[in-house]
Design a protein around this ligand. Structure first.
Ligand SMILES: [Zn+2]
Length: 121
């Protein structure tokens, strides 16, 4: 298997987290209902027929909570797609600031695809 080149700041994203996926998609009515321990679940705050937030634990294992705004009236916002197999995809990618862990990944069918894979060739 070819050796992957990691960005130095991303080294803390351990091998075990490659292939990380979120197990369940849980709908809630308010950001306040999102539990403190997110685990491997993916939370979607939906109220009044509108998706508002997507909340997940950072897949690098740092314990940070990532909140992505899904409301088009706010900036920046992400587009959520639901699939028939109960998984979700998000666009564009999610990026955690460098002051935190610097994770950068795509969420595709509830799976984490690290963005730095795509830079290799
Ligand atoms: Zn992280």
């Amino acid at each position: 298997m070819p050796k992957r080149e990691f960005h130095p700041r991303r080294r803390r994203c351990k091998e075990k987290n490659i292939g990380h996926h979120y197990e369940r998609v849980i709908a809630l009515e308010s950001l306040d209902d999102v539990p403190r321990e997110l685990g491997k679940d993916l939370y979607i705050v939906r109220r009044g027929q509108k998706d508002r937030w997507l909340v997940v634990a950072c897949p690098c294992g740092c314990g940070d909570k990532i909140e992505a705004n899904l409301m088009r009236t706010h900036y920046p916002h992400w587009r959520l797609k639901r699939h028939n197999d109960s998984t979700v995809s998000l666009r564009p990618s999610l990026w955690v600031s460098e002051e935190r862990c610097g994770s950068h990944f795509w969420l595709i069918r509830s799976r984490v695809v690290w963005a730095f894979w795509e830079q290799e060739n």
